[in-house]
Ligand binder design. Structure first.
Ligand SMILES: [Zn+2]
Length: 380
């Protein structure tokens, strides 16, 4: 008889520097309770929440709305970003010590967080304290402009969710010249390409990414990609390959967990965004199994680098236990996110989170979230 020794792999709790928890304003999609439950189920013990809620988080009053909800409901540790708007560059620096960082939407967005031209970027880069990060949503040439601002004002800037070959190569060149730029990549930009509906990941051999049929730009402006609608858009195989080839340039993995309900995603005008908290680690561990990544890469990009870039405290007595040998299919029906779907439905992965210990307490075990609402702490 063969004896199976199921030795668990022990890792530090992961940090996700980019999540949308939808509260305040859209709790039918997610809230601080369901979103942080999804985090724990995914082995994530700390999340940094984005400010484009309703209302958006852009001053002391709106920051309190988010932090009050988080205090009552969060099950894992967290911090909340504040958003840069056209009129708040004088007030956000005074909130820096209470927030994850300043988020700037440099491509199109709406409402209070709209920055129509570069004269509105300038005061934020000038005034926001250098010891706290500025995170930018800036694609392609906007990203180049953001890096120029980092150089001019000699301050760190973190580029959210890079997806293109041109982006990773420019960041590499900027880093080589000493510009203080860091960046993150999302699993969906590493494992999915634009084109036909994605096919399941191969557990062994070959590229984990799907075949590309239609690249970025092939789709007409305004034409919907259905459930695959996401910003930045899914890119081409050439872009995906460039991200994998330049993993050493990429500082962090981030999910950009952005849940929308299935009804919204299947409508005529699907909003952009994917859930991602519960699929991050299984996908990365599968890539480790396929020898495209190492466990050290995961620790570096999901723990050590985010802690350093975002100036985050260590979480004492915090770890996760993973069964590296567990093979299974990803199923939205088993997830804690409220949105009820995943772009990775049916993908076969290898590596399952079995247990999460947060600050000495069992927070997740064998499919069950054990941390109470309100157990999560604001790390700022
Ligand atoms: Zn986002």
């Amino acid at each position: 008889m063969r004896v199976e020794w199921n030795v668990m792999l022990k890792l530090p709790g992961l940090i996700d520097p980019h999540v949308h928890l939808r509260e305040p304003g859209a709790t039918q999609k997610e809230d601080w309770d369901s979103g942080t439950s999804a985090a724990l189920a995914g082995g994530v013990t700390m999340v940094l929440a984005m400010p484009n809620t309703n209302p958006p988080i852009f001053d002391a009053e709106t920051l309190d709305i988010a932090l009050n909800a988080a205090k009552v409901k969060a099950r894992c540790d967290y911090a909340q970003y504040v958003g840069a708007g056209p009129d708040n560059s004088d007030i956000v620096p005074s909130l820096a010590f209470k927030t994850a960082g300043l988020k700037m939407y440099l491509d199109s967005t709406f409402g209070e967080l709209r920055l129509d031209d570069m004269t509105l970027w300038q005061p934020h880069f000038e005034k926001y304290p250098k010891e706290y990060p500025i995170v930018v949503h800036a694609e392609s040439r906007s990203m180049a402009a953001a890096i120029l601002f980092a150089a001019i004002y000699d301050r760190p800037v973190h580029i959210a969710h890079i997806s293109l070959k041109e982006e990773v190569l420019l960041i590499k060149a900027a880093k080589e010249r000493g510009i203080k730029v860091t960046c993150e990549v999302c699993p969906h930009h590493l494992f999915l390409t634009a084109g036909e509906s994605p096919s399941p990941i191969a557990l062994s051999g070959g590229s984990a990414a799907t075949e590309v049929e239609a690249g970025r730009g092939v789709r007409d402006e305004g034409e919907s990609a259905g459930r695959s609608e996401v910003r930045p858009r899914l890119a081409t195989q050439k872009d995906v390959d460039a991200l994998w080839e330049n993993l050493d340039v990429i500082d962090c993995f981030a999910t950009d967990h952005a849940p929308h309900t299935l009804e919204e995603k299947d409508s005529d005008n699907p909003p952009p965004g994917f859930p991602g908290l519960e699929t991050l680690l299984p996908l990365l561990l599968t890539a480790v199994n396929n020898e495209r990544l190492t466990i050290d890469d995961i620790i570096q990009k999901s723990v050590i680098n985010p802690r350093k870039i975002f100036n985050l405290p260590e979480q004492p007595e915090t770890w996760i236990e993973v069964d590296e040998t567990a093979e299974y299919e990803i199923k939205a029906s088993e997830q804690f996110t409220r949105c009820g779907w995943t772009p990775f439905e049916g993908w076969r992965v290898k590596g399952k989170v079995k247990k999460v210990v947060l600050r000495g307490a069992e927070a997740f075990k064998d499919g069950e979230v054990l941390a109470e609402k309100g157990f999560g702490r604001n790390v700022r």
